[in-house]
Write a protein that binds this ligand. Structure first.
Ligand code: PGA
Length: 254
């Protein structure tokens, strides 16, 4: 982390967990347990939980995010949710291009790019996920894969937008597997992403952008990961569902 240059962001990704009826109390719990947080605290929750989450977060430091959106502004897209709808609800962040969306819902680098543009247009802050598969790491092409994902994701995106963009490096083999990347592996790839931003934009943009690590980050390993210079926070799945663990991670970001 580098507090001087960029914002540290600890974001929970609830995935398809917790009921709408459990959400209000849980967000209140997270808010009180992370009250003195020095970093940005975000909870990204399922669409149907958003109303309760936004309500509970009012007057607290906790920001609410969605886990996905559609890139079209409106129209005949049954079952989809637009950026403007999220904004209207009081949502601030949105996860884009999570590997589960890429794997199970046919999301591609190109749709990720369109979704980032739609989110920014509506005034939402995208948390853009990139990361390699296990086979790709074993083939030694992590750098190529992550660089390509980053380049396509931000095609046509102006550098002025980077004050509201967060990138999450999430090695797919580490997600939900209990197999965390070592802090050196996390640092190495976060640095690769930063170098790509420098190539695409400039040093100032690269140094100012928050790049999180995600993938089995938990109360025990968070501190070591967050101590790395290029790791500016975490995108937390499993451990964000337990308020004590999540609060410990937020504390580790100090
Ligand atoms: P995990 O999920 O912490 O459960 O590995 C992280 C994520 O998918 O964002």
């Amino acid at each position: 982390m580098n507090y001087e240059k960029r914002k540290t962001v600890i974001a929970g990704n609830w995935k398809m967990n917790k009921l709408p009826s459990e959400t209000y109390d849980y967000i209140k719990e997270v808010a009180s347990k992370t009250e003195n947080a020095k970093c940005e605290v975000v909870a990204c929750v399922p669409f149907v939980n958003l109303c309760a989450a936004v309500e509970a977060a009012k007057g607290t430091h906790v920001k609410i995010g969605a886990e996905n959106l559609h890139f079209m502004p409106s129209g005949a897209f049954t079952g989809e949710v637009s950026a403007a709808m999220l904004k209207d609800l009081g949502v601030e962040y949105v996860i884009i291009g999570h590997s589960e969306r890429r794997q199970y819902f046919a999301e591609t680098d190109v749709t990720v790019n369109k979704k980032i543009a739609a989110a920014l247009e509506a005034g939402l802050k995208p948390i853009v996920c990139v990361g390699e598969l296990l086979e790709q790491r074993e083939q030694g092409i992590t750098k190529e894969i992550v660089s390509m994902q980053t380049k396509i994701a931000f095609a046509g995106i102006d550098k002025s937008a980077f004050s509201s963009i967060v990138i999450a490096y999430e090695p797919v083999w580490a997600i939900g597997t209990g197999k965390t990347a070592t802090s050196d592996q996390a640092e190495e790839v976060c640095k690769i992403i930063r170098d790509v931003l420098c190539e695409l934009y400039d040093e100032e943009t690269a140094e100012g952008t928050t790049i999180q690590y995600g993938g089995s980050m938990n109360a025990k390993n968070a501190k070591e990961l967050l101590e790395k210079y290029d790791v500016d926070g975490g995108l937390i799945g499993g451990a964000s569902l337990r308020s004590d663990d999540f609060a410990t991670i937020v504390k580790a970001a100090e």
